[in-house]
Design a protein. Sequence first.
Length: 116
Amino acid sequence: MEFVALLSSGKGTWAQVSGLMKQGEWDKIILIGGSFAKDFTSDKQFEFIQIDQDKKIVDLKKEIYEKLKGKINDTEVALSIASGDGKEHMALISALLSLPVGVRFVALTKEGIVYL
């Protein structure tokens, strides 16, 4: 399964994404975030998609959709929205569903990765 995560603001949220990347067996990892998020590093290989988080929600959804189009091969993705705000979450989820691709939310807990 492919893993998609939003890298945005929020204390400790990048650690959640990093842990999911390390503990999961992902076919592909796509991280989405603003210009500051391009500084994110990991031992695991990933593709970074830079977005303009200051855009209005409809324009942000269009940008994410256009940048994701053709990059996802499965019929569903594991999605982490532990990082970010409601506008970013809605734009990302809407873009994924418009591709179309199904969404399985994932989180990292003390017991490991859980699908919600």
